[in-house]
Design a protein around this ligand. Structure first.
Ligand code: NAD
Ligand code: UD1
Length: 338
């Protein structure tokens, strides 16, 4: 594939790992990121790991002129679109910010792609679009019922992209629905660096292990699951980004729209995660069971069959590997990118 991939949000957690995977697969990248939730240090470290630092354009996906300049100055053949806001609780408090960043931002990006004749797009969607599923595992044809403004922005962008692809058969789109991405690059040089109090389980557990927080609050132990705590499908970020590279190669090979779950197909409870992290880190993770978190569901895991069939992709890294790599990142970088 000649030309570069524009990676929006490429300085962030998943985007930085995707840049590394793309460069290692022979695809040059240009990053567009406004750094509202990331540090340029992540891209410098990507450069140290693979010998080629991604070019960073500091700008916003809602800035049409900035996008037009990027498409005019670089030979962009495809876009991987990670940029957006992602905190469920915050999206309830400031919904307009979420609709503006995630929906208006995606519309502006698409209009610029269309003007530049760029037809290939891989989009970061989320299993949150399924809401509380009637059964598990979840396959792609399950009804969509997101329970938060954040989830609704993902569903809306999926619908916009479906219509955009349908309007012109030359367009190629992959909607990738991630389950719960965790872990870090095995070097420990890049990883997840949340600002303030982490919302998600794995970064919270890692901060307890490293001594930054004194205990984990387990949100409920009275769910209808084996040990009463919430069950999720945690997927190693390296497996996730390898799925992205394959999805990119797939859309470039053949037009159309693909909707694909990226998960392992395996459910892990909060207490399973605590035990696995204790084993990986050699540290105790004190915890206290508190009330359920509003909006949480009991259990959620993927049917990953379509990804296997369409992309010949399967998540291969174990829960142990996720914890080992997350611990290496956390203990080598106790203050994140600093
Ligand atoms: P992240 O916050 O680490 O990365 C997002 C990046 O986008 C950041 O670098 C941020 O600075 C940038 N950004 C945000 N708004 C922007 C804008 N308007 N213009 C330019 N840059 C902007 O998040 P992440 O975990 O890497 O998530 C990446 C994508 O994957 C997001 O779209 C998120 O909704 C989606 N997703 C994430 C998860 C998860 O658990 N991490 C799960 C499902 C889906
Ligand atoms: C959250 C988001 C979801 C997003 C997903 C992936 C919510 C309601 N949903 O889902 O939209 O797609 O992250 O990033 O925020 N837990 C604790 N203590 C903690 C943190 C979490 O017990 O401090 C439990 C939760 O109750 C849940 C599990 O750990 O059972 C996983 O939580 P989390 O990592 O926040 O992911 P999700 O709730 O699956």
């Amino acid at each position: 594939m000649a030309g570069s991939v524009l990676v929006t949000g490429g300085a962030g957690y998943i985007g930085s790992h995707a840049c590394l995977a793309l460069i290692e697969a022979g695809h040059p990248v240009v990053v567009l990121d406004n750094l509202c939730n990331s540090s340029p240090e992540s891209l410098q470290r990507v450069g140290q790991l693979c010998g080629e630092e991604p070019l960073l354009v500091r700008g916003d996906i809602r800035d049409r002129a900035c996008l037009d300049r990027i498409f005019a100055e670089h030979d962009i053949v495809a876009v991987m679109h990670f940029a957006g806001l992602k905190a469920v609780g915050e999206s309830v408090e400031i919904p307009l910010e979420y609709y503006d960043n995630n929906v208006t931002g995606s519309l502006t990006l698409l209009a610029a792609m269309q003007a530049a004749g760029v037809n290939n797009l891989v989009f970061s969607s989320s299993a949150t679009v399924y809401g509380d599923p009637a059964t598990v595992p979840i396959s792609e044809d399950f009804p969509l019922a997101p329970a938060s403004p954040y989830g609704r922005t993902k569903m809306m962008v999926e619908q916009i992209l479906t219509d955009w692809q349908c309007a012109d058969g030359a367009r190629n789109v992959a909607l990738l629905r991630y389950f719960n991405p965790v872990g870090a690059h095995p070097s420990g040089r890049i990883g997840e660096d949340p600002r303030g109090m982490p919302n998600n389980l794995m970064p919270f557990v890692a901060q307890v292990a490293v001594g930054k927080r004194d205990r984990l609050f387990v949100f409920g132990d009275d769910y209808p699951t084996a040990d009463g705590t919430g069950v999720r499908d945690y997927i190693h970020v390296m497996d996730l980004v390898e799925g992205h590279v394959l999805a990119l190669q797939d859309i470039i090979a053949g037009p159309g729209l693909r909707v694909i779950n990226l998960g392992t197909g395996r459910g892990v409870s909060v207490l399973d995660m605590v035990r696995a992290f204790e084993a990986a880190s050699g540290r105790q993770i004190p915890y206290e069971v508190v009330q359920r978190r509003a909006g949480d569901i009991a259990a959620c895991w993927a049917d990953p069959g379509r990804a296997a069939q369409l992309l010949a992709w399967r998540a291969s890294r174990s829960l142990e590997q996720m914890c080992i790599d997350s611990w290496r990142w956390q203990s080598d970088n106790p203050r994140g990118y600093g």
